[in-house]
Design a protein around this ligand. Structure first.
Ligand SMILES: Cc1cc2nc3c(=O)[nH]c(=O)nc-3n(C[C@H](O)[C@H](O)[C@H](O)COP(=O)(O)O)c2cc1C
Length: 390
């Protein structure tokens, strides 16, 4: 099942049904450019047998980054390093896509002035609201970044409309309190997403893969929820999108995020089944896949066309080759006792660095030191970011 190729509407074929879902790898150099460790990591993942690998949170400008380790793709970028990255990630006929991010209200405050659909002053979240002119500039900005990704040789792009970042903020009534054409009814709240899709498609032409990552639900009372998400899937079906990557949860302060979550997965398969009835666009389902049997049945049962793995490919970067040859069923996941909010994601982020450098794996007991290393590295990069890009 997992070995079957998957054809996307744009004409690109993915060589099998295993994807590395987008992760913010925190391996940028602090000035928005790729490091050699990052290039080595995407080559390693590609050699591990996956069909598609997506780099998380690539920014079109330095102004609304999620973290100071993000890549920034614009006219100031180090093109040579980016071309090396694109080539390394395409080793063995894998596809390397960039997830186009904009953290909006949740932009990393020390390196930005967070701004979302509406001004908010909540515990842990203070942001300004965007003007109409600022909103109108966004589709062209995403389009410019997508065009550059194509020029540099990346295989495709994924628009990040999940997890509480900008395009999800517009969808979510928790963030979006606007009373103009971009707020209120769902039709208005999804307007920006549809405008961005259309601008990106126009910029890259019909044959370049464009995906979106969409929340099935924010898993928050008053947030974006399943019935509305199904209506968004139906609206996206009428656009030129090649892959809908279904996820959920959010980094809204105090909320549950998929990357910190423990428990039995996969998380969003029921929703994927409902989404299937709304669209013919191929579906990727991400979140909570732990075993070969789960991945195979998601495909066999018709819930997903391709499975997205994040943490499984951090603990076992070569997992796809084992799964494709039926050799290993389960990666070894760490178990943490009462981790702090964000701690699990920080541990995985530092484990990504170990993989990139080819160094020994972290143990679950390293949680506290991993969190410290993660935070102090970001502090250093914030200084670089502010001096180079601020
Ligand atoms: C370290 C780390 C960083 C992540 N960064 C991103 C990101 O930049 N963009 C994104 O869409 N999801 C991101 N995620 C979420 C994953 O793509 C995925 O949705 C989530 O981890 C659930 O999948 P899993 O159970 O296979 O890990 C991240 C996850 C981890 C562990």
């Amino acid at each position: 099942m997992l070995s079957q190729p998957l054809s996307l509407p744009c004409g690109t074929t993915l060589k099998n049904r295993i994807a590395k879902s987008a992760m913010s790898d925190s391996l940028g150099d602090g000035a928005g450019n790729p490091t050699n460790d990052q290039i080595a990591l995407y080559e390693r993942w590609a050699k591990g047998g996956l069909a598609l690998s997506i780099i998380g949170e690539v920014q079109g400008t330095p102004h609304f980054a999620e973290k100071p380790g993000n890549l920034v793709l614009n006219n100031h970028s180090d093109r040579e390093q980016l071309v090396r990255l694109a080539n390394a990630g395409a080793t063995d006929n894998a596809q390397l896509w960039l997830q186009l991010g904009h953290a909006g209200a949740m932009a990393d405050a020390p390196i930005s002035k967070p701004k979302g659909p509406s001004a908010l002053d909540l515990p842990g979240l203070i942001c300004g609201g965007m003007s109409l002119d600022e909103i109108h500039a966004l589709p062209a900005e995403f389009a410019r970044t997508a065009r550059l990704a194509k020029q540099l040789g990346f295989g495709g792009v994924e628009l990040h409309a999940a997890h509480g970042f900008l395009l999800n903020q517009f969808l979510s009534p928790l963030f979006n309190k606007r009373d103009d054409d971009y707020g209120g009814s769902l039709q208005n709240r999804m307007r920006l997403l549809l405008e961005v899709i259309s601008a990106v498609r126009d910029a890259v032409g019909p044959e370049f893969p464009v995906g979106i990552k969409l929340n099935a639900t924010d898993q928050l009372v008053g947030g974006f929820a399943e019935d509305e998400a199904l209506d968004v899937v139906a609206a996206v079906d009428k656009t030129g999108v090649d892959l809908i990557d279904i996820s959920g949860g959010t980094y809204f302060p105090g909320a549950a995020s998929s990357s910190d979550r423990a428990g039995t997965g996969p998380y969003f398969l029921d929703f994927a089944g409902r989404a299937r009835a709304k669209t013919r666009i191929p579906l990727m389902v991400t979140g909570g896949f732990k075993t070969l049997a789960q991945a195979e049945s998601a495909i066999a049962d018709g819930m997903a066309d391709i499975v997205g793995l994040a943490r499984a490919l951090v603990v076992d970067p070569e997992l796809p080759s084992y799964w494709l040859s039926g050799q290993r069923s389960k990666p070894l996941f760490p178990r943490f006792q009462n981790p702090p909010e964000g701690g699990v994601t920080a541990w995985y982020t530092m484990q990504i660095t170990q993989n990139a450098k080819g160094e020994a794996a972290l143990a679950p007991e390293d949680l506290e030191t991993a969190i410290e290393a993660y935070e102090s590295r970001d502090e250093v990069r914030r200084r670089v970011w502010n001096s180079m890009l601020g």
